[in-house]
Design a protein around this ligand. Structure first.
Ligand SMILES: [Zn+2]
Length: 518
């Protein structure tokens, strides 16, 4: 199964494309190039692909509205060998929604025009008031206004079923919400270390827990879906304070949550709330001084470790955050199963899980596996290089500031069981290897001990800096094949169709057809 090419059938998309609004509207060179190029992809025989593997793709409402429901479904099924779609249904985040991110190059399909002016986010299906009657957070007022009253699930489900494609609704909790939603949820948001209100909803507010149950109950009850994939990438105060992340750096507003409900939850577990706050203030001060190069006499790392020893409340309170997050996952699963026990429930496991040993230590695949029917494990190898480099730089500027960054990264590679990845200065342009995808696949399968399915999140043109690696069909093929060859129960092509170049999608499809049938 090492050959990289297979018998392909040339299909002229030009015949199918004129009805696609995006092409008509844009009429760009990219569109013309697609219509005229020999678009090689495997024969459209869905029955031959992935009989027992879930091969999914994430798609936002904008793609269906821009390019046409049938057209998009045909493309992802024929080119990507997809048998399942994950429609961003309740979502404010542009990572899963909307057209290409503003400023990033357009893919070779869809309108060549950004949508930042019309983009809003929300519930792209129809929220039904009866599910929110006794709930303080009014989800029925969160209809996404982007496409008027259109209901993306009602529109797509019949067409998908006709093609034998399963439909999952994706539901995402955000770091922050648009202003009008913030006004609706202001009594239920987090409070940061300095006492300021944050922008995300606190897991320990009863109304917040009720809200997420209502959102998924509404969707599960109102549509003929196959399941729900729940996203929540928010992290607790310890990793946020020390900058153990790849994207947010040192944002004091992310040192959360210190609200009264969180305080009560701490007290219930005999965690001294005042000691928690004192410990976090000291840790935050150490981090700020470290960023300014003010070295403690015993060194950065020792001072950090000393704080952990003197304030075990730091870790206990961080765990409490994760516990709250995981309680929401349990609520979501129970609520969906109460509607129909056959609906499949999955959780997205964010990219930090790959290259952040602090994050890894706070998670346990077996524990997560018992909460879900499947986990979507992010292993984005293309964007992974840039993100991993950012993580090393971020944490290397505080507690590991005494270690030269390149050496720290090599040390971290050993901790993570990575082999032969590019040196730090070349990571963004090289990306992470297909071997990284293979190792993360094996780790997830071993860790989850067969207690749930493992679907690997595959990177197809996830936006990265202009100077970072450009995704190619060969890379995409290799990453997809690495996940399949190492036993993944399925894949989710990510992050969203409106970012993906069709050649890369087709390369994933080729690997899927070869990998599944080998
Ligand atoms: Zn709170």
């Amino acid at each position: 199964m090492s050959k990289k090419t297979t018998t392909v059938e040339k299909i002229d998309l030009g015949a199918a494309s004129p009805s696609r609004r995006g092409f008509l509207k844009s009429g760009t060179a990219a569109a013309a190039a697609i219509a005229s190029s020999p678009l090689a992809f495997a024969a459209p025989d869905p029955a031959s692909t992935a009989a027992d593997k879930m091969i999914g793709i994430q798609i936002g409402a904008a793609s269906f509205m821009d390019e046409g429901v049938g057209e998009v479904l045909d493309i992802v099924q024929k080119r990507g060998a997809v048998n399942t779609i994950f429609i961003s249904t309740f979502c404010y985040d542009r990572g899963l929604n909307g057209r290409q991110m503003p400023g990033r190059p357009f893919p070779d399909h869809g309108p060549q025009e950004y949508d930042e002016k019309s983009y809003h986010g929300g519930n792209y299906a129809t929220p039904h008031a009866k599910f929110y009657q006794n709930i303080a957070i009014k989800g029925d007022k969160m209809k996404a206004p982007d496409f008027g009253n259109s209901d993306i699930l009602a529109k797509v489900i019949p067409e998908a079923k006709k093609r034998g494609i399963k439909v999952f609704a994706s539901v995402l909790d955000s770091f922050d919400y648009p202003e009008e939603v913030r006004n609706m949820i202001q009594d239920f948001v987090e409070v940061d270390l300095s006492g300021k209100k944050g922008q995300a909803m606190c897991f320990y507010k009863p109304a917040v827990r009720d809200f997420w149950k209502a959102v998924v109950t509404d969707i599960a009850s109102s549509y003929d879906i196959d399941g729900i994939l729940f996203f929540n990438e928010r992290n607790g105060p310890l990793t946020n304070t020390i900058g153990a992340n790849f994207d947010v750096g040192f944002d004091a507003s992310r040192i959360t949550c210190f609200c009264d409900d969180h305080k009560r939850a701490a007290q219930k577990r005999n965690i001294d709330f005042e000691r928690v706050k004192e410990g976090y203030r000291r840790l935050d001060r150490l981090v700020q001084e470290s960023l300014n190069g003010k070295r403690p006499s015993d060194g950065y790392y020792v001072e950090f470790e000393r704080l952990l020893i003197n304030y075990p409340e730091l870790v206990a309170y961080h765990q409490l955050f994760d516990k709250g997050k995981h309680e929401i996952l349990k609520d979501v699963k129970d609520a969906i199963k109460a509607v129909n026990k056959n609906l499949q429930v999955g959780f997205h496991i964010e990219h930090e899980n790959s290259f952040n040993p602090f994050f890894r230590a706070t998670r346990n695949y077996e524990d997560l596996a018992m909460r879900a029917d499947f986990l979507k494990v992010v292993a984005y190898n293309n964007a992974g290089g840039e993100r991993y480099a950012n993580f090393i730089k971020s944490i290397g500027s505080t507690m590991f500031r005494d270690v030269p960054p390149e050496e720290f990264m090599r040390f971290n590679n050993h901790l993570l069981n990575y082999a032969n990845e590019a040196p730090l200065d070349q990571l963004p342009t090289s990306g992470l290897s297909a071997d990284y995808v293979a190792r993360e696949t094996k780790r997830a399968l071993e860790g989850s001990k067969g207690k749930c399915k493992i679907l690997m999140g595959i990177d197809i043109n996830i936006p990265i800096k202009k100077t970072s690696r450009k995704a190619s069909p060969d890379d995409t093929y290799a990453a997809t094949m690495a996940a399949l060859k190492n036993g993944a129960d399925g894949l989710i092509l990510s992050r969203k169709y409106s970012e993906m170049m069709l050649d890369n999608l087709a390369a994933a499809g080729r690997a899927i057809r070869e990998g599944v049938n080998r």
